[in-house]
Structures are given as structure tokens and as C-alpha cells.
Design a protein around this ligand. Structure first.
Ligand code: SAM
Length: 327
């Protein structure tokens, strides 16, 4: 984020406020393929899926129509699309302001592709890393994914663009390792964001942090992360969000979902969905607001896509000012 000009940061903040007032989404996730080269234990994707291969123009049309502040390029594994740079370039051509973030497991990322995607318009590369060691490979069923990232990330960082972050899902078998993940991020010279596991994708409740002993320990881990934040570690998740994460695990719910309004997805078919976990599709946001969002009572996730889109106006203003002031 720190590479963006002051003018662009101000425009991003302005669009965010405007979209809230107009009921337009802040964040849209373009899930451009549901195929994936990984088979992560916390995800339902990974098997081959027959799906259409929509042109860059179709995604760009959706992007223009929805006019979000943040466009996430995700999936499945977005790097499986060979025309990925064309999709991003075509979207970017219509909009120099929105923040473009790609979420990837990095297995197919290298320096050449990184530079190409930057040139096409990506502002931030969010690389998924759930463990600070080789457990990553087994969990994602990706050969030497941890070793690949260990080698690649410092090389990308050396380009000096400050556009790499790590995305870590907090779950029962890795929460004790979160300080180590933050240490590793520091060592590699990148920031880290923590998101919260939910069982919607797989039905597997084992990865939820559920026992009282574990929840108390997670509380102490969060205390440590907050202290690390104060010591200058680049942990993007706010203390408030981390405490809410514990609340989500304890209560098994987090009310107030704004899917369809503040955030939504465009799927590989080019239709709209409220989130990647609800298989209801709509032709327009207006239809989705009417037929889904109005009666939505789902409380079953607390992922970053949701969290970051749901900040109160006050919190958004504080964050926008912080972003604008960032050097
Ligand atoms: C579905 S993946 C798609 C992008 C890409 N294949 C990747 O791994 O980054 C997007 C993010 O969702 C996270 N994720 C997958 N299953 C999840 C779950 N059950 N709860 C929370 N986050 C999950 C992944 O770890 C990843 O960071």
C-alpha cells in the first residue's frame, strides 16, 4: 500500500465512502476459476472442475458495473489462468483508482510473472501461508510450497515495491504458531494478515478453536501479537479484529454479515454471488440485495473479506486517514 501516491490513496478513501453511501460494494472478489493446483485441508476445492473460460472483457464489464474500491483476484487458484495478466490489464484499463489484490498459493509465481502482473495492474500480492514451516506442504498438498515461498518472497521483496503480504488462516492446529508466522514475515520483509477458519467449506469442525483451554491460550497468543504489533511487527489485523476472532470461535457465530452489499463475488460463470460459500447466483447486485441480503441471517464465518468490508464508518474513516498518512 505504501507505494500508492497520496492522490490515489485519497481517491480510494473517497470512493469507499461514496460506495457506502450509494450501497455499492467496497470489495468484490473475482473468483476467476474454481480449479486449483492445491488440495488444502480447510477448503472444498482442488478437484478438476469443468467450467467456462470467460474472456477478460466479461470480467471487466462486471468490474465497471460494480465499481468497487478493492478488486480481489482469487479462486480456486487464479494463477492457473494463463490469460491472468490480460484479465487484470483489461480491468485496470477502465479504472486507475481501485486497489487490485491477487490471492494465491504462490506455487506458480516467479519473478517474471510477478513483474508481469504488476505491470498489468496488481497492487498487492497476498500469499497464503498457514504454517511457518514444511507443514504448509502437507496441509496444502503442494510439493515444496514452503521452500518455494522461502526462496521467492525475499527475491520479490528485493524489488522494493512493498506489495507482498502473507495471508494466514487461524485454526486449531496453527494458532500457537502465529507469533512464529509474524517472525517469519519480518524476516522476509513483508506484512501478515490473519483471517479466521470457518467450517462452511468442508463441514470439518476440527479446525475450529473450541475448547475453553485453547480459547484462553488463543487469548494469550493475541496478547503477544498485539505486543509484537506495538514493537513494530507488520501485523495488519487490528487488535479489535483479533479479539473478535476469539469471540467468533467461542460463540460459533458472528452476526451482521453484509454479503451482497459491502462485498460480493463474481464467479467463473460471470454471475454474482454474495460470497464464495453460498451457492446462490444473481444477475445483478440489485437482485441480490432484494433476494438475498435483505433476509440474510448467516453468521457462520469471520473471514478477512467480510471483516475488512464491514468496518463501521468511524473505523473506516480512522483507517482511511491512517492509510493516507502512510509514507
Ligand atoms: C480459497 S483461497 C483461493 C486463492 C488461492 N488458491 C490461495 O490459496 O490463496 C483464498 C483464501 O481462503 C483461505 N481459506 C480456504 N479455506 C478456508 C476456510 N475454511 N476458512 C477460512 N479461510 C479459508 C485460503 O487459505 C486462502 O488464503
Amino acid at each position: 500500500m505504501s507505494e500508492l501516491s497520496f492522490e490515489r490513496k485519497a481517491k480510494i478513501a473517497g470512493r469507499t465512502l461514496k460506495n457506502i453511501v450509494l450501497g455499492k460494494p467496497i470489495s468484490v472478489s473475482f473468483e476467476i476459476t474454481y480449479n486449483c493446483n492445491a488440495k488444502c485441508k480447510h477448503c472444498h476445492l482442488g478437484d478438476y472442475i469443468e467450467e467456462p473460460r470467460l474472456s477478460p472483457e466479461v470480467f471487466a464489464r462486471r468490474f465497471v458495473e460494480l465499481h468497487p474500491t478493492v478488486a480481489q483476484i482469487s479462486g480456486g487458484e487464479p494463477m492457473l489462468r494463463k490469460d491472468l495478466a490480460d484479465i487484470i490489464r483489461e480491468m485496470r484499463r477502465h479504472d486507475p483508482v481501485a486497489m487490485f489484490v491477487i490471492t494465491t498459493n504462490a506455487q506458480n509465481l516467479n519473478e517474471e510473472r510477478y513483474l508481469k502482473l504488476r505491470e498489468a495492474g496488481i497492487d498487492q500480492f497476498s500469499l497464503s501461508l498457514d504454517y511457518p514451516d514444511e507443514r504448509q506442504n502437507e496441509f496444502r498438498r503442494l510439493r515444496k510450497n514452503f521452500e518455494h515461498m522461502s526462496e521467492l518472497v525475499p527475491k520479490l521483496v528485493a524489488h522494493g515495491h512493498k506489495d507482498i503480504i502473507l495471508a494466514c488462516v487461524v485454526q486449531s492446529d496453527n494458532f500457537r504458531d502465529l507469533p512464529k508466522v509474524a517472525e517469519l514475515a519480518k524476516e522476509w520483509g513483508v506484512a501478515v494478515n490473519f483471517s479466521t477458519y470457518n467450517s462452511l467449506r468442508t463441514g470439518n469442525t476440527d479446525y475450529l478453536v473450541s475448547s475453553e483451554t485453547d480459547l484462553e491460550e488463543l487469548g494469550r497468543i493475541v496478547d503477544r501479537l498485539v505486543a509484537m504489533q506495538r514493537d513494530g511487527y507488520s501485523i495488519l489485523t487490528s487488535e479489535w479484529t483479533m479479539r473478535q476472532m476469539i469471540r467468533f470461535f467461542r460463540d460459533g457465530r458472528q452476526p451482521g454479515c453484509t454479503a451482497g452489499k459491502r462485498f460480493l463475488i463474481v464467479n467463473p460463470q460471470g454471475t454474482l454471488g454474495p460470497c464464495g460459500l453460498i451457492t446462490q447466483y444473481y444477475d445483478s447486485q440489485r437482485q441480490m440485495l432484494r433476494e438475498f441480503t435483505k433476509g440474510n441471517e448467516c453468521e457462520d464465518c469471520y473471514t478477512s473479506l467480510r471483516v475488512n468490508s464491514e468496518k463501521s464508518l468511524r473505523r473506516l474513516l480512522i483507517d482511511a486517514l491512517r492509510v493516507i498518512r502512510q509514507k
